[in-house]
Design a protein around this ligand. Structure first.
Ligand code: PLP
Length: 484
């Protein structure tokens, strides 16, 4: 298996990035029931190649540019293998002191690396969705509503939280899961660059208080999912201070960039947050899953969750951390090992070089887009993501001609709508065809109603050649000779 993995990682490009499977292909290739007798590992590995690999979308392929591209780097994979071999349950300190203390050490290393003060403690969860859920549960605890004992319904509180209209859907899900409800999450207007408008936030809070709501939490985002925009955390922190609200920062994607000194600014104001999530499994070359929640009020987080049945009582007292106290789950994997491997193997310098390179590649791609007559950029590029779309010269010329001929606004706006619809369809087809060809894989979003292509650079194996290949594929499918 180790040899198989080494070979796979050495040649991910032999596969199409996006699986070409049709729904049901894998299910049809496997027997209805489990085998009666154990089988040979050789047969299992043969089926891995025959049945499983074709149905894999290769996130480890350097042509993977979709969603937020991530990397299972070799040291991270080796750390993961060792943690599977140990198979410890890191619920209590005594159930594996190394797991608990390594979690504390690596999270402290990472905290220093992204420039958060030592007033923040940390805990590892599986995903940012769960990190944010736990942070918002702590915010609810801090709101002074006795949800633990009474439940929300009996407490009668009408809790309200706030986030920008570009917040990740995991925050909506937290609101649903925690009984805040979607009605309890108010989305705040964004400016032209998709950043939360703090004035709109302040007005919303005033309005809600006047209408009997109890505001308790604001979620700001550093690196939104669609466009990697950065909410103005310092201004939002001022409002949270004034209004005594919990400030949670979703830096799941953007936080990793703060490892580079010249990008530290992306976390400006976050030292004043109550909690912040960063996903090493997104931007720091750690294999899924590993998300970190930093919290300035670990006692409140603990207060939201801690419940110790008799069989889990242990005698170490406050001298040690029992991480089971900081979330809804009891059993916990030894995830810190893979983070430790990654940080030690690459070192701070190695991590910085790689992240710097990814951001530089994204900027170069953005330059190609800006210089092309047939594409246009739809958002700034602070990190490794470029949002853009095809907008061929012929369409622009036709629209300009039509505007000249029909300068009256009603005509013109109908034409704009027509062109926008056409561009949406064109870009959707372009994306489908580029992905179908299998050399690269991009994804999409909608920005200001426009179908937007997203090229996310985050894979550790992606080089300039792969980015150029993506550009060539886009131009070729669009039927335009790329002169770059
Ligand atoms: N927050 C942001 C900004 C994201 O982009 C994402 C996913 O892409 C998440 C949270 C959720 O991450 P996870 O898959 O770790 O739950």
């Amino acid at each position: 298996v180790v040899d198989w993995i080494a070979d796979y990682l050495a040649h991910p490009e032999r596969y199409p990035v996006l699986s070409q499977n049709q729904p049901g292909d894998l299910k049809a290739a496997l027997p209805f029931s489990a085998p009666e007798r154990g089988e040979a590992m050789e047969a299992m590995l043969a089926d891995l190649d025959r049945v499983i690999v074709p149905g894999v979308t290769h996130w480890n392929h350097p042509g993977f540019f979709a969603y937020f591209a991530t990397s299972g780097s070799a040291p991270g994979i080796l750390g993961e293998m060792l943690s599977a071999a140990f198979n410890v349950n890191a619920m209590l300190w005594r159930t594996s002191p190394s797991a608990t203390e390594l979690e504390e050490v690596t999270l402290d290393w990472l905290r220093q690396l992204i420039g958060l003060p030592d007033t923040f403690g940390g805990v590892i969860y599986d995903t940012a969705s769960i990190s944010s859920l736990c942070a918002i549960a702590a915010a609810r605890e801090a709101a002074g509503v006795d949800v633990r004992q009474q439940g929300l319904a009996t407490s009668g509180a009408k809790l309200r939280m706030y986030a920008s209209e570009h917040v990740h859907s995991s925050v909506d899900r937290s609101a649903i899961t925690l009984g805040i409800g979607q009605a309890g999450l108010r989305k705040i207007w964004c400016d032209d660059e998709y950043r939360m408008d703090p004035r709109a936030l302040a007005i919303a809070i005033d309005e809600d208080r006047a209408n009997g709501w109890q505001p308790f939490c604001v979620v700001a985002t550093t690196g939104t999912t669609s466009a990697t925009s950065i909410d103005p955390v310092p201004e939002i922190a001022d409002i949270c201070d004034r209004e005594r609200l919990w400030l949670h920062v979703d830096a799941a994607y953007g936080g990793s960039a703060a490892v580079i000194p010249e990008m530290r600014w992306v976390l400006d104001g976050c030292d004043r947050a109550d909690s912040l999530v960063i996903n090493p499994h997104k931007g720091l070359f750690v294999p899924l899953d590993l998300s970190v929640l930093y919290c300035r009020r670990m006692d409140v987080l603990r207060g939201a969750f801690s419940l110790v049945p008799e069989y889990l009582r242990s005698g170490e007292g406050d001298e040690v951390k029992n991480f089971m106290d900081y979330g809804p789950q009891l059993g916990r994997r030894f995830r810190a090992l893979k983070l430790w491997f990654v940080m030690r193997y690459f070192g701070i310098e190695g991590l910085r070089d790689r992240i710097r390179n990814q951001i530089a590649l994204a900027r170069e791609f953005a330059d190609w887009v800006d210089q092309s007559e047939h594409f246009e950029r739809l958002a700034p590029v602070p990190f490794g993501l470029v949002c853009f779309r095809a907008h061929p010269l012929s369409i622009k010329e036709e629209a300009a001609r039509s505007l000249e001929e029909n300068p009256k606004l009603p005509h013109w706006s109908r034409d704009v709508e027509y062109v926008e619809n056409y561009l949406d369809i064109l870009n959707e087809r372009l994306l489908e065809e580029v992905n179908r060809r299998g050399k690269v894989f991009l994804s999409h979003t909608k920005l200001k109603g426009k179908f937007t292509l997203r090229l996310a650079i985050g894979n550790i194996r992606t080089t300039r050649d792969h980015v150029k290949l993506a550009w060539d594929e886009l131009n070729e499918v669009l039927g335009i000779a790329n002169r770059e």
